[in-house]
Design a binder for this molecule. Structure first.
Ligand SMILES: NC(=O)c1ccc[n+]([C@@H]2O[C@H](COP(=O)([O-])OP(=O)(O)OC[C@H]3O[C@@H](n4cnc5c(N)ncnc54)[C@H](OP(=O)(O)O)[C@@H]3O)[C@@H](O)[C@H]2O)c1
Length: 297
């Protein structure tokens, strides 16, 4: 299959490398880079040839495009590729944040939009080379909900590439679930500069995480059916299983990069305001991380 992967960072390089085993993969970046092969080290070890380009027009034969930019770059990336890809090409997001699929579907239509989440952990090493740091689940589904054949085929394609993928008929609920968990873990670890595990060790800190998660879940219930009964219990499970990890938001702050706070707590605040649900903890965490970013951006 002819596949385009947009965004040659950690996740994009990882996806391109795995998919290149059985497919013709073109990795699209926005800066010239010297990439002829992708090498993955760590949990998966492989090296395959990929085509690298900065010209979206080279995706004109793609049957599937995977968007792997940070969520704040989704609109620019999708706008760029939407006019070049064939009219029946599916567009899949495995990003974090609430609005990626909403943006993709605005450009290519809901019938071609595939939503997704993944908890694989990938670290960027150098152009074309990443470390697969931790395995995790991947779930995809027709956006915003339902079950269609092209999603099943895409899940089979990903699974056969080594990314074991489940299909859900409520991907919006799954995306919200991840945003809810991240709304507690990400900003608090970034503000305190601590690994995830520390959140469980200080009651006052865990109380803030709990409030953020409960607010986000209340907002979510106005938009979708949540695939989890107790989002705070779910959050604690994620904290326990990732206790030695530095969250992606903390890593972004460490590296003086823009975070995805707008697409996580910022999106909870925006959706809460729209439905009249008060989210004071999310608003506070959002403002504090924006302030932290402002110090270097
Ligand atoms: N890494 C992980 O372990 C992981 C796990 C689960 C989910 N995710 C999610 O996956 C998404 C990507 O994360 P990441 O860690 O891979 O980020 P990343 O390493 O920062 O990579 C993003 C890449 O997208 C490129 N890009 C931005 N705009 C573009 C455009 N218009 N056209 C082409 N390329 C463009 C960036 O290029 P520049 O260098 O020019 O900015 C960068 O190479 C995020 O939503 C993240 O939350 C990541």
């Amino acid at each position: 299959m002819d596949i385009g992967v947009v965004g040659p960072g950690a996740m994009g390089t990882f996806m391109a490398g795995l998919l290149a085993k059985e497919n013709e993969v073109t990795l699209l970046g926005r800066r010239d880079e010297d990439i002829e092969r992708v090498e993955i080290v760590g949990e998966s070890e492989l090296s395959f040839r990929v085509n690298f380009t900065t010209r979206a027009a080279e995706l004109n034969e793609a049957e599937l495009v995977v968007i792997s930019t940070k969520a704040f770059d989704t609109e620019e990336a999708v706008e760029e590729v939407a006019s070049h890809i064939p009219s029946d090409c599916s567009v899949l997001s495995l990003q974090n944040g609430l609005k990626n699929e909403e943006i993709i579907s605005r450009y290519v239509g809901v019938e071609r939009t595939i939503g997704g989440i993944t908890s694989h952990g990938v670290t960027y090493l150098e152009p074309g080379k990443v470390k697969h740091a931790g395995k995790g689940e991947t779930v995809i589904g027709a956006y915003p909900k339902g079950r269609v054949e092209r999603v099943k085929e895409t899940a089979e394609l990903l699974s056969s590439a080594g990314i074991k993928t489940e299909v859900t008929d409520n991907i919006l609920g799954q995306i919200w679930k991840k945003v809810i968990v991240n709304s507690g873990i990400n900003p608090v670890t970034a503000l305190l500069e601590v690994k995830n595990g520390l959140l469980m060790e200080e009651k006052e800190v865990l109380d803030i995480v709990e409030e953020a998660v409960r607010e986000a879940a209340e907002v979510a219930r106005g938009y979708t059916e949540l695939p989890v009964n107790d989002p705070f219990e779910e959050t604690k499970k994620v904290i326990e299983s990732t206790r030695d990890n530095r969250s992606s938001m903390l890593q972004d702050i460490d590296n003086k990069k823009r975070t995805e706070i707008d697409q996580i707590n910022g999106a909870v605040v925006e959706k809460g305001d729209k439905t009249g649900i008060s989210v004071p903890i999310n608003r506070t965490l959002y403002g504090l991380v924006k302030g932290l970013e402002k110090k270097y951006l």
